[in-house]
Structure formats: structure tokens, C-alpha cells
Write a protein that binds this ligand. Structure first.
Ligand code: FAD
Ligand code: MG
Length: 543
């Protein structure tokens, strides 16, 4: 590293990584700086703002406000700009006489062009550029090079490679808040660059319907993190790992940290080491990979996508199977709006749109229904809907999961299209029907017996329940039994072709990887026929 001037001016550029704890780029940038400008640039794309519903805007805005508040408590502020990052930075480098620019690596390929331009600018203007890896546990590029130049194709291979690299770094300290006194804040700057109110950015499309269930920001993330570790502690004491997957609680206040990890309000390394340490404390033995397996899946998808600019597309994406999906705007709209006539699916989609977060099992259910299970509509369509509404949606993890669930990639064994029957799967996950009734008030009085397939309720039952199917709640848009048989046949054909011509890096190698990925119990040895629709699902979810 070039020697730093005694009195340097540093800009820290926040994009993801919206936190002050465990932020190596921030720490390095702060070293020996006398003036410090923390900035955020709204460019229409940053942090996934290109397609962003109200809840996601709100969450991002909370994150920025939280950082701004922390700076303001010491007399500083977060500087916010709008425009093309290279142009904004060029102007500010001159105006502020900047020596150092620092930022966290944004590993997804969609950010590379932006960042390369900025790195060029730094060279041109003699600004030292510090980029540090902390959105992921390992640098995806290091994993690829350790694997001989291409991403490890399976999860087990991935584990082998990262074991060779070594444990991820431990989290770094949080800067002393006194440091924020170095942030120049003038009245003029406060007028021109302060964070504008949420209403300025967010579309109010869902106003009135969307509920603020999630509060964004580092402060909230750290509180939730403490609660989550206590919960993991309980789990380990009862011999359960990944307790909130093991025991899906669809109605409790969510303890998920995924939106915070996605925006970087919580450090992934802090979460990783927090869980490992709790495990070791409870079990008095060193933690194995399975304890943090879900975090490794996240790494896996970042690594798979880092050099693949078509990772969120079917065409030109070398790992994605070409499937002749239907185009059906009407059915796609019904799915998006939660109007499919399958209450379990609709409740999940309503929750997604109203609150921005749904449980893993709900994601599986709706993704399977849209794609290989029922509607046979492309996962790319579902991805767009998730991008807009899901708080934690990002390019790599979301696309990776959609490809998997739709059998487009990573998948060889989860071949049964009826595994996620929209009726029985719902019954299994929501045995009392409270979840469905909460999100679909029209079904509030429907007896449990018919709640998951209300079209089968006799007319007098529908009348008694104040819910006539076709009037107060939609008829099912497809017949699951029929379409799942047809889809299964199509999928088998595709798989037969595929097996003759296996594209590189497709597929986990073992059934237990699938089970682990999808949070299924070990795959039972049952032949699944679409005719006995959901026997296999029953087996999977026998807990
Ligand atoms: P936990 O079990 O506590 O997991 C902790 C963290 O591990 C998560 O925050 C996430 O970062 C990571 N993780 C967990 N499961 C997975 C997985 N299957 N793949 C990769 N990482 C995982 N997760 C996202 O973070 N962003 C997405 O855009 C996303 N899209 C999804 C789309 C579909 C169709 C499906 C089926 C799953 C998707 N997931 C996504 C994975 C998973 O559903 C969520 O990460 C999880 O529900 C978050 O809840 P949690 O924090 O309680 O999870
Ligand atoms: Mg979590």
C-alpha cells in the first residue's frame, strides 16, 4: 500500500455494507484520515433499487437513516447524492481534495462495470482506492482461483475448497464514534446532501396495504442478532441445528436476519462466528459445517454468479437448462396478486406483497407452484416479482434459488413435481389454518376441513362461511392433479435429454445436499407418482 499522507481526506462509499461494525474498508479508510466523508449515491440501481417496491425502499431508507443518525450523534452526517457514481465522485474528489476512496466489494457481476469505472477514475485522479471483501465470508474470486479457475460445482466441493482456504476472518471492531467528529458538516452540506424522506424515493403503489413489519438498519440488526443467537442457543441445547428452519413458525414475529445480511446491515462474518461460538459453548466441541450450512449456501451462490452476467436469465446462462415454459400473463398475474384459488399459495404471496418477507417453506411453495409444479411459467418471471417485493432479494441468492426450485440448475434429484402440493403442503405447514386466515380474510370462517381447497366445500358450507368460491374467493386457476402429471412428464423428458448431455456445473451431487438445501428430511425411498399426489411431501415433512 502506498504511504498515506499525514492528513488525508477519505471518502467511504456505502452501497451494500450499510453498517459500521465489521467493516474493513471503513476501518482502513479511517486510518490516519483527518477529514472523512461517508457517502451514498442514488443512481437508480444501487442496492437493488432498479426494481424496488415500497417495503424494500423503506427498509433501505431505514438502513441509511440509521447510519446517518449514528454520525449525527457525533456531529457528522451521511452525505447523499443522486446521479452517476463516476460523475459524482469526480466532482467531489476535486471539491473535497480527496486522497482515499474506500468501499466494500460488491461481488455480484452486475456491479462490476460501475466499480471498474470508479477504479479507473481513481487511477486517473491519483486517489488511492481501497476495496475490501466483507459481504461474503470468502472472496468469491479466491474460491474460484483455489478451485483452478472455475467455481466449485457442488456444495461438497465448495466446502472442500473453502476448507483449504481456511476459516473466514473474524469480525473487526467497530470504529470509535469519536471518529465521526472528522465528518465535516456545514449548514450548506446539510441542506444539499442530507438523506431525503422516504416519500421522495418510494412508489406508493401498495400504500395502505403494505405493513411495516420490518425495521431496517444496523441498530435493529444487532438487536435481532442477539435474539437470534439466544434462539440458536436453545436449539443447540435440544440438539437442533438451524432451529428456525427446523420449526417453521409462520406467524411469530420473524427472527430472520436475511434482509439485514442482504443490505449488509449485519455482518455475515459476525453471524457466522456468533453461531459457531454458541455451538461450541453449548456442545463443548468444535462446530462443524452443518451448523452454518445456510450461510454456506449463500456463499455458494455468490461464487457461482460472480463471473456469470447471465446468472439471472435462462438464455445464454451456461448453467441453466432451457425449458419451454409457457407464457401466460393472466396466470402470472393471478400468482403475483395471490389470486390463484389455492389458499396456501395465495396467503404466501399476500404476505410477500404486504410485508416483504416470507419463510423458506413459503418461498418453496410459491416458486414450485409458478414453475415446474403447476403453472409451468418461467422462474425469471417469479424472480422479477421477488426482486420487487422481497426484502432480502438479491441477484445471486435469489436467482440461484429460483433456478434450483424450478429444476433449471443445481438439481438432479428433487424431480418430483408434486412434492410441494399446494393443498397438502399448506396443511402440513399451517395445521390450524391461522396463517391462511390471517392473509386471506375472505376465508376466515371456512372450516379447516375445506380451508386449503375451498372449492370442494359443499354450497351450504360456503354460504355458512360467507365465502362463495368464484365470488368471494377465486376458483383454482389450474387443476393441480392434472397439471402436475403433465408437468412431471415434461420434466422427465427434459431430464432424459439432460442426462445424455449434462452441462457442466449443474447439480448437487448427492441427495442429502438437496435435502439440506431445501430443508427436507432425508429423502425417503418412495417412488412418487403425480397420481398419489403428495405422499412424498408428507414423508418429507413428517416433523
Ligand atoms: P436462516 O435459516 O436463518 O439463514 C440465515 C441466512 O442464510 C439467510 O439470511 C441467508 O443469507 C442464508 N440462506 C438461508 N437459506 C439459503 C438458501 N437456500 N440459499 C442461500 N442462502 C441461504 N435468501 C436470500 O437471502 N435472498 C434471496 O433473494 C432469496 N431468495 C430465495 C428464493 C427462493 C425461490 C427460495 C426458495 C429461497 C430464497 N432464499 C433467499 C433463501 C431462504 O429462503 C432465505 O434466505 C431464508 O428464508 C431467510 O430466512 P432466515 O434468515 O430465517 O434464514
Ligand atoms: Mg436469519
Amino acid at each position: 500500500m502506498a504511504a498515506r499522507k499525514k492528513e488525508s481526506v477519505t471518502v467511504h462509499w456505502f452501497r451494500h455494507g450499510l453498517r459500521l461494525h465489521d467493516n474493513p474498508a471503513l476501518l482502513e479508510g479511517l486510518c490516519s484520515c483527518t477529514k472523512f466523508y461517508p457517502i451514498f449515491i442514488f443512481d437508480g440501481e444501487v442496492a437493488g433499487t432498479q426494481l424496488c417496491g415500497f417495503n424494500r425502499w423503506q427498509f433501505l431508507h431505514d438502513c441509511l437513516k440509521d447510519i446517518d443518525d449514528q454520525f449525527r450523534a457525533e456531529g457528522g452526517m451521511l452525505y447523499c447524492f443522486e446521479g452517476d457514481p463516476t460523475e459524482v465522485l469526480r466532482k467531489q474528489f476535486l471539491e473535497w481534495n480527496v486522497d482515499v476512496l474506500c468501499f466494500e466489494q460488491d461481488p455480484e457481476p452486475i456491479w462490476q462495470e460501475r466499480d471498474n469505472k470508479v477504479k479507473e477514475l481513481c487511477k486517473e485522479m491519483g486517489v488511492q482506492c481501497i476495496e475490501q471483501v466483507s459481504h461474503t465470508l470468502w472472496n468469491p474470486l479466491t474460491v474460484i482461483s483455489e478451485n483452478g479457475g472455475s467455481p466449485p460445482l457442488t456444495y461438497s466441493l465448495f466446502i472442500e475448497v473453502v476448507q483449504r482456504i481456511g476459516s473466514p476472518p473474524k469480525p473487526l471492531k467497530t470504529p470509535n464514534p469519536a471518529k465521526w467528529k472528522c465528518i465535516p458538516k456545514t449548514e450548506e452540506a446539510d441542506r444539499s446532501y442530507k438523506l431525503k424522506p422516504l416519500q421522495y424515493f418510494a412508489c406508493q403503489e401498495m400504500a395502505g396495504q403494505e405493513k411495516k413489519r420490518w425495521i431496517g438498519g444496523e441498530t435493529r440488526a444487532l438487536d435481532l442478532y442477539d435474539m437470534r443467537l439466544k434462539y440458536e442457543h436453545e436449539g443447540f441445547k435440544s440438539d437442533i441445528v438451524m432451529i428456525n428452519q427446523f420449526n417453521p413458525k409462520l406467524l411469530d414475529p420473524p427472527l430472520s436476519l436475511s434482509p439485514y445480511l442482504r443490505f449488509g446491515a449485519l455482518s455475515i462474518r459476525k453471524f457466522y462466528w456468533g453461531i459457531q461460538e454458541i455451538y461450541e459453548e453449548v456442545k463443548c466441541t468444535s462446530a462443524q459445517n452443518h451448523v452454518t450450512a445456510q450461510l454456506i449456501w449463500r456463499e455458494y451462490f455468490y461464487t457461482m454468479s460472480v463471473n456469470n452476467t447471465y446468472f439471472d436469465k435462462m438464455e445464454k446462462n451456461p448453467i441453466c437448462l432451457r425449458i419451454n415454459w409457457y407464457q401466460d400473463e393472466e396466470k402470472l398475474k393471478a400468482w403475483t396478486d395471490g389470486e390463484t384459488g389455492y389458499p396456501w399459495i395465495d396467503a404466501c404471496m399476500k404476505q410477500l406483497r404486504m410485508e416483504g418477507w416470507i419463510h423458506q417453506v413459503a418461498r418453496h411453495a410459491v416458486a414450485c407452484f409458478l414453475t415446474r409444479g403447476d403453472l409451468w411459467i418461467s422462474w425469471e418471471e417469479g424472480l422479477q416479482v421477488f426482486y420487487k417485493y422481497l426484502l432480502d432479494a438479491d441477484y445471486s441468492v435469489c436467482s440461484g434459488n429460483w433456478m434450483w426450485v424450478s429444476s433449471s440448475a443445481f438439481e438432479k434429484f428433487l424431480q418430483c413435481p408434486s412434492c410441494f402440493c399446494p393443498v397438502n403442503y399448506g396443511r402440513r405447514m399451517d395445521p390450524q389454518g391461522h396463517f391462511v386466515k390471517k392473509y386471506i380474510p375472505a376465508l376466515a370462517k371456512m372450516p379447516l376441513k375445506y380451508l386449503f381447497n375451498p372449492w370442494t366445500a359443499p354450497p351450504e358450507v360456503q354460504k355458512e362461511a360467507d365465502c362463495i368460491v368464484g365470488r368471494d374467493y377465486p376458483e383454482p386457476i389450474v387443476n393441480h392433479k392434472q397439471v402436475s402429471s403433465r408437468n412431471k412428464a415434461s420434466m422427465n423428458e427434459i431430464i432424459a435429454n439432460f442426462l445424455n448431455n449434462v452441462p457442466s456445473h449443474c447439480g448437487p451431487s448427492k441427495e442429502d445436499e438437496v435435502a439440506e438445501f431445501a430443508w427436507l428430511d432425508p429423502v425417503p425411498d418412495v417412488k412418487c407418482e403425480a397420481s398419489d399426489n403428495c405422499k412424498k411431501a408428507e414423508m418429507y415433512y413428517h416433523k
